[in-house]
Design a protein around this ligand. Structure first.
Ligand SMILES: C[S@@+](CC[C@H](N)C(=O)[O-])C[C@H]1O[C@@H](n2cnc3c(N)ncnc32)[C@H](O)[C@@H]1O
Length: 206
């Protein structure tokens, strides 16, 4: 999906997104935040924050930077949390943020949406501090499975509504060979969605 297409699609979704998504994503969203083990005073980045369904789950005292391509989605997010949040319109593939400035990132339902998932992942990695954590709740093609004709067609249909079910997580991290992935577990919809935790190694000094 191109950014221009996503902007159109998510402008339309903005008023109804919470009604469509809140119920069935509530438990995995809470779990993704738990995986991060956030502490008071830590800096958290939420790229593609959307309408902010994750914001109420964040512990008090965490400093949140919430960015999204869509002003209409961000407008909804502003009502979800006022304390310690900065909201910015920004492309998750080109973050206007310095290297290594976040303790943690939350990447829920975004790698399957941005035009280039591996580039968005690389950007997330760049702004993460050594020792930092990334939690992901998203749908991915099961590792090792073949992309069948049916799945290809279903993928095309689903892309028309703004998300791609046929991306592989391993492709997302192809540019970051040092990524540690201590958690990668099936989640809702019979494991089509997964919960993943990544850790950025602390550089060793010789
Ligand atoms: C499926 S929604 C997920 C929103 C939120 N993360 C959630 O879990 O509900 C995808 C979001 O990604 C945003 N988005 C699409 N392309 C983007 C990009 N290039 N950079 C940042 N956000 C983008 C859309 O505007 C939308 O808000």
């Amino acid at each position: 999906m191109k950014n221009t297409t996503n902007l159109k699609i998510y402008r339309r979704y903005a008023p109804i997104y919470d009604s469509l998504m809140r119920f069935w994503t509530a438990a995995p969203r809470r779990k993704a935040v738990e995986l991060l083990k956030l502490k008071t005073g830590e800096q958290l980045l939420v790229p593609g924050v959307g309408t902010g369904l994750d914001l109420p789950n964040l512990p008090a005292g965490v400093c949140v930077t919430a960015v999204d391509l869509s002003p209409a989605m961000l407008q909804q997010a502003r009502h979800k949390r006022q304390e310690l949040v900065g909201f910015n319109v920004m492309d998750g593939q080109v973050l206007a943020l310095p290297d290594g400035c976040f303790d943690a990132l939350l990447l829920n339902l975004i790698l399957s949406v941005v035009p280039d998932g591996p580039i968005a992942m690389q950007e997330a990695w760049r702004v993460l501090k050594p020792g930092g954590r990334i939690a992901i709740f998203d749908k991915f093609l099961p590792e090792g499975s073949r992309l069948s004709g049916f799945r290809r067609f279903a993928g095309w249909l689903i892309r028309q509504i703004g998300t791609d079910p046929n991306r592989r997580f391993r492709e997302m991290i192809q540019n970051i060979p040092d990524a540690l992935v201590p958690v990668d577990i099936p989640s809702v919809l019979y494991g089509q969605y997964r919960l993943i935790l990544m850790i950025k190694p602390v550089a060793t000094t010789k």
